[in-house]
Ligand binder design. Structure first.
Ligand code: 3PG
Length: 213
């Protein structure tokens, strides 16, 4: 069985301002760095062997804090990036026009093939994420990778592992530095494939942690 831990990066300046990031970026806040240390302590004794991060700065910054505790190098994989949110990246949710807000919600509200102009669809996001996790099955036996990723990306990954379509409305909360786990099971008794073991656990965080937009 392959075990994969999933961590959403720590709080960023734009998360705190409710500004849309997508594949744009902003640095962690002080709170975000504290969250990263707390999730690092949580996973310290889980036998993590590989630390793989989205190549966006906020994820790498979180991964580097984990790396100091886990004493592992950080590898990056651009397939773990957040949904490309096109023309809305960099905008504050409170400043969107009603039309922009409808566009923002469209990929998250059950509309197949919805995409923010110049962005990507949830199916395209799901495809690259599943390519990335399927590659983890090629790691040597006993490997336990931890991925540092993003809110919409992890929500899409967990939803699709559970059999929901990529465009299904979001029904899971993935706060900054929440911990999730998926396993690849291949036993005789159970359907072969990825399965969700834990999603969105924040029991290791000592203060408030924000939901994604
Ligand atoms: O702002 C965004 O792009 C998303 O809503 C949250 O993304 P994040 O998990 O990278 O903060």
């Amino acid at each position: 069985m392959t075990i994969v831990y999933l961590v959403r990066h720590g709080e960023t300046q734009w998360n705190a301002q409710k500004r849309i990031q997508g594949q744009a970026d902003s640095p962690l806040t002080e709170e975000g760095r504290i969250q990263a240390k707390q999730v690092a302590m949580r996973v310290k004794n889980l036998g993590i062997t590989h630390l793989i991060s989205s190549d966006l700065g906020r994820a790498v910054e979180t991964a580097e804090i984990l790396a100091q505790v886990l004493m592992l190098p950080v590898q990056t994989d651009k397939r773990l990036r957040e949904l490309d949110m096109g023309i809305l990246e960099g905008k504050c949710v409170s400043e969107l026009t009603p039309e922009e807000d409808m566009i923002r919600r469209s990929p998250l509200s059950g509309t197949p093939d919805a995409r923010i102009p110049n962005g990507e669809s949830m199916q395209e996001l799901a495809n690259r994420l599943h390519d990335a996790i399927d590659d983890l099955r090629m790691l040597p036996d006993g490997s336990v990778p931890l991925l540092v990723c993003h809110g919409l990306a992890l929500g899409c990954l967990i939803g699709t592992v559970m059999g929901l379509p990529a465009h299904a409305p979001r029904r899971i909360r993935l706060r900054n530095c929440s911990l999730s786990r998926i396993d690849y099971q291949a036993g005789e008794w159970l359907a072969e494939g990825w399965i969700v073991e834990t999603a969105g656990d924040i029991s290791h965080l000592e203060s408030h942690s924000a939901d994604e937009l």
